[in-house]
Design a protein around this ligand. Structure first.
Ligand SMILES: [Zn+2]
Length: 273
């Protein structure tokens, strides 16, 4: 075992050594001695350190003297770990959801303005289309109204012409109440159209014969005819050449082949008005 060679003064100054309250020469002397491996002093130092630690825990807070404070600060500066320089990392692009709200707000506002603009453009376009459609409809209506006016005028002319050139004759029956007929006389074309209905088919060997009666009491044949199973027929014929100033039309029942003048009963007749 190595004999302790540390001076008595330094031996009792271990507490001062631990709190840094020794001169540098005294510190060097103690540390050189400890480096020799003196187990006695090492043990002593450990014990004193533990005692100091326990005292530090229970001791009230005290303001160190200026001298002690300076030494402590100096020691802290020496032992302080060197500061690791901060690495400057370039800021990466932030994802959209970390974009500041003000920017998002601006984007939203811009989008809103764009949407409003698009809507406005659409509405303007739509209104324009609607106006065009309305204008087209109005033009169409005007054209149709013009056409209608023209047609009405045409119809009016035709009606006047018909009134002048056509005559409608109603034929009645005194023998068969259901039987009736109408005759349309086109004086321009000098043609007749008879519409006979509900005149029963004549008995075998008999026929119907049409007559025109003039103002000179002439009775001129318009020809013979048969009605169909329903008792109706439509006849078209030209006015017989000899007829002038026709006053009446009549239909009689005659022997097959017809007669020179009426011999049978008059089934239908009507005056020309
Ligand atoms: Zn020693």
């Amino acid at each position: 075992m190595i004999e302790c060679s540390l001076s008595k003064d330094l031996k009792i100054s271990f507490d001062s050594y631990l709190i840094g309250d020794l001169s540098s020469s005294e510190i060097v002397a103690i540390e050189n001695h400890l480096a020799t491996g003196c187990s006695f002093c090492q043990q002593e130092l450990i014990q004193i350190k533990e005692v100091l630690a326990s005292i530090a825990c229970i001791a009230p807070l005290a303001t160190p003297s200026d001298q002690v404070r300076q030494k402590l600060l100096a020691r802290l500066n020496i032992e302080a770990r060197p500061q690791i320089p901060l690495k400057l990392v370039p800021a990466g692009k932030k994802p959209w959801y970390r974009t500041p709200l003000t920017l998002l707000g601006k984007i939203a506002a811009s989008l809103g303005v764009l949407i409003l603009l698009a809507e406005t453009v659409f509405l303007v376009h739509f209104n324009k289309q609607a106006r065009l459609q309305a204008q087209l409809q109005e033009n169409k209506i005007q054209v149709l109204q013009e056409e209608l006016k023209k047609k009405q005028k045409d119809i009016s002319i035709i009606e006047t012409s018909i009134e002048k050139s056509r005559k409608l004759i109603a034929l009645d029956s005194k023998l068969i109440s259901k039987a009736s007929g109408k005759a349309l006389w086109d004086t321009d074309q000098n043609s007749w159209t008879f519409y006979i209905s509900n005149l029963p088919s004549p008995p075998k060997g008999r026929t119907y014969q049409l007559w025109f009666i003039t103002d000179e009491q002439q009775v001129i044949s318009g020809g013979t005819f048969q009605t169909n199973v329903n008792g109706s027929i439509q006849l078209r014929l030209a006015t017989p050449r000899k007829c002038k100033n026709i006053l009446e039309a009549a239909i009689s029942l005659e022997p097959e082949g017809g007669s020179e003048s009426p011999t049978g009963a008059i089934y239908l007749s009507g005056p020309i008005i």
